[in-house]
Design a protein around this ligand. Structure first.
Ligand SMILES: Cc1cc2nc3c(=O)[nH]c(=O)nc-3n(C[C@H](O)[C@H](O)[C@H](O)COP(=O)(O)OP(=O)(O)OC[C@H]3O[C@@H](n4cnc5c(N)ncnc54)[C@H](O)[C@@H]3O)c2cc1C
Ligand SMILES: *[C@@H]1O[C@H](CO)[C@@H](O)[C@H](O)[C@H]1NC(C)=O
Ligand SMILES: *[C@@H]1O[C@H](CO)[C@@H](O)[C@H](O)[C@H]1NC(C)=O
Ligand SMILES: *[C@@H]1O[C@H](CO)[C@@H](O)[C@H](O)[C@H]1NC(C)=O
Ligand SMILES: *[C@@H]1O[C@H](CO)[C@@H](O)[C@H](O)[C@H]1NC(C)=O
Ligand SMILES: *[C@@H]1O[C@H](CO)[C@@H](O)[C@H](O)[C@H]1NC(C)=O
Ligand SMILES: CC(=O)N[C@H]1CO[C@H](CO)[C@@H](O)[C@@H]1O
Length: 519
């Protein structure tokens, strides 16, 4: 039986004109009357306990039909696996329960129950954001895992694909690349689709096609009321625009409809240099950033660890030593990290993916943006290198300069505009992170991190290279990402938030994230 018997009395109450059954199209006023809430409340229709995680978890279990869709800590390994299903162990917080809705309809029911019961929650797609409290929550709330919202549906004409936000990029590429197709997605396969897309998304194909978010045709979004809406250039276009940078302030995105592009063989190689060649490599990078990147097929990765820089040179066509990389070819002494290879994006990811540190290690990082200037890039690295010598035993630091071309900003404008306010100049989105394993070191690491970014920003301002933009995907917990987009964009985000989430559910109940409540 779907409804408790007492519901029949409830139906006599005049203000409820239709039975609350139609969850395919939930309405704003229905959450509180969800049959699962009534059942969890022993059939009583009034005064379900609010802000009571045990009760909320019970109602969610009933709503999800039991099974693995709702897990609590007394359920052992399956629960542990879900809690620990993320990249940095700083985010392994013990939630009151983890709910894993199977599809958009179930996500709608989950959010309307959480809203009706005033229960704190956190949303997780791939769990790769490293900031504690993002995509994770402690005993005081419910973790909504979108891992099962993992549809992959290619349009008949193969120009767009609908991707469920719980996918990881590896699954998306595994599906598309063998068909000679790509989307603008992650540079590492294990990263989740949802958080990556909402933060902007820097891809190996961004120099050609723009940021990942600038290649979204439409979003399917579950609002706090449980209503499911589409956002595209023709439907709810204000939400569509605000979602291009405005993060989790409006609703839960369940599906991203992405532009699909044909992609033939690419060429790539990686070279490793000694630590004492860092200045030379950064000088080459500045030249590549200003000149080489004018070739939209060029793409690049650089990571500097204790052993020195490793450079990934990637080109979106099979070409022997493309001119754009000349500044790197001119550095004569290097070790081949992997050899020049022609292959698919999957081949490139398989070769370069191993360069990243293992999952499950405590990780925290921050970011800052500046104009291209070789001398400043060397100075910035030296500041970082000096600070990480102060790290406690067992902690290590990694420095990642990301060259950004004017193409990337221009693509954003051409594809309909976003709210991140990028300057139309070649620039660097620097990211750096620290990894460690002892939880007792957390506070020390966070405070060293804060010092590093403060010093870097100060140095950039002194040199006149500072740009305000803060890249959400690599930003630390306290970095003011939304504010960095500028006042007009913040207004656009706030307007969309008050229109689509008038009850401020995503501000009141969401654990943490780049939320307008922090502005
Ligand atoms: C190894 C590694 C490599 C990376 N490489 C890149 C890269 O190449 N380019 C790049 O741009 N970034 C990169 N990142 C950063 C990455 O994009 C961000 O960490 C991103 O947030 C991860 O997405 P996720 O779905 O896994 O995150 P999650 O931790 O699941 O989510 C992050 C945040 O977004 C919110 N959120 C997630 N899904 C939704 C949703 N569906 N609806 C509403 N809100 C949601 C959550 O509340 C959470 O606060 C990398 C990170 C790692 C660890
Ligand atoms: C829930 O209760 C806690 C503890 O009493 C309180 O701090 C919190 O603000 C409440 N949350 C909501 C959304 O009412
Ligand atoms: C969503 O998932 C539930 C549980 O598996 C299923 O009963 C329901 O039919 C699904 N709905 C849609 C629209 O696919
Ligand atoms: C969103 O658009 C898709 C077509 O792209 C359609 O199948 C779906 O029903 C729409 N959903 C809503 C809620 O309008
Ligand atoms: C870097 O160090 C290596 C090995 O110690 C040395 O052979 C090389 O000359 C140095 N290069 C520079 C640019 O100082
Ligand atoms: C990749 O293909 C190009 C074009 O056919 C060719 O010139 C080049 O030698 C190939 N590279 C390798 C490593 O095979
Ligand atoms: C997605 C992911 O990285 N999950 C990992 C989280 O950590 C546990 C424990 O180390 C791993 O088993 C998962 O693979």
């Amino acid at each position: 039986m779907l409804f408790p018997s007492s519901l029949s009395h409830f139906l006599l109450i005049p203000f409820l004109v239709s039975p609350p059954v139609a969850y395919a199209a939930p309405r704003a006023d229905q959450g509180a009357y969800d049959p699962a809430i009534i059942k969890a409340n022993n059939g009583a229709i009034s005064a379900p306990p609010k802000n009571n995680t045990a009760f909320t978890c019970k109602a969610l279990r009933i709503a999800m039909g039991g099974g693995d869709s709702l897990l609590t800590s007394d359920m052992g390994e399956a629960y542990e696996d879900l809690i620990e299903d993320n990249y940095s162990s700083t985010c392994w917080l013990a939630a009151a329960c983890v709910v894993s809705p199977a599809n958009t309809t179930q996500v709608a029911r989950v959010i309307s129950i959480l809203d009706a019961l005033d229960t704190k929650f956190s949303i997780r797609s791939g769990g790769h954001k490293q900031n504690p409290g993002y995509g994770s929550i402690g005993e005081s709330g419910v973790l909504v895992s979108l891992a099962n919202v993992n549809t992959l549906s290619l349009s008949k004409d193969k120009t767009t694909i609908k991707v469920g936000s719980g996918n990881r990029w590896q699954s998306v590429y595994d599906y598309l690349v063998p068909q000679g197709l790509v989307v603008i997605g992650g540079r590492v396969g294990i990263v989740g689709v949802g958080g990556f897309m909402l933060g902007g998304g820097l891809s190996y194909l961004s120099n050609q096609y723009g940021l990942a978010m600038d290649n979204v045709k439409s979003y399917e979004v579950v609002l706090a009321s449980g209503r499911i809406v589409n956002a595209s250039s023709s439907q709810n276009s204000d939400l569509y625009r605000a979602l291009r940078g405005g993060a989790a302030n409006f609703g839960i995105v369940t599906t991203f409809e992405l532009q699909v592009y044909p992609q033939g063989p690419m060429s790539f190689e990686a070279r490793a240099y000694g630590l004492n060649q860092t200045a030379e490599v950064l000088t080459a990078l500045a030249e590549f950033n200003n000149v080489g990147m004018k070739d939209p097929l060029s793409s690049f990765g650089l990571q500097i660890q204790e052993t020195g820089p490793i450079v990934l040179l990637q080109y979106s066509a099979a070409v022997h030593q493309p001119d754009c990389f000349k500044p790197f070819y001119d550095i004569t002494s290097f070790k081949q990290y992997f050899p020049p290879t022609n292959g698919s994006l999957l081949d490139a990811l398989a070769l370069s993916g191993g360069g990243f540190a293992p999952v499950g290690v405590r990780t925290y990082g921050e970011t800052f943006t500046h104009t291209v200037d070789a001398a400043f890039m060397i100075e910035a690295y030296q500041i970082f290198a000096a600070e990480i010598t102060k790290l406690p035993e067992g902690a290590s630091g990694t420095w990642i300069p990301n060259p950004i071309s004017v193409n990337i900003a221009k693509r954003g404008l051409r594809n309909g505009g976003n709210v991140i306010g990028l300057a139309q100049v070649p620039q660097q989105w620097h990211e750096w992170f620290i990894q460690w394993s002892d939880p007792k070191l957390d506070d020390q690491i966070y405070s060293i991190s804060n010092v590093i970014t403060t010093k870097l920003v100060k140095a950039a301002k002194k040199r006149g290279t500072f740009l305000p933009y803060v890249f959400m995907n690599t930003a630390g917990t306290h970095q003011e990402v939304l504010k960095s987009f500028g006042d007009a964009n913040v207004r656009t985000i706030k307007q969309a938030a008050s229109k689509y989430d008038p009850g401020r559910t995503f501000q009141r109940l969401q654990n943490d994230g780049q939320l307008i409540r922090n502005l």
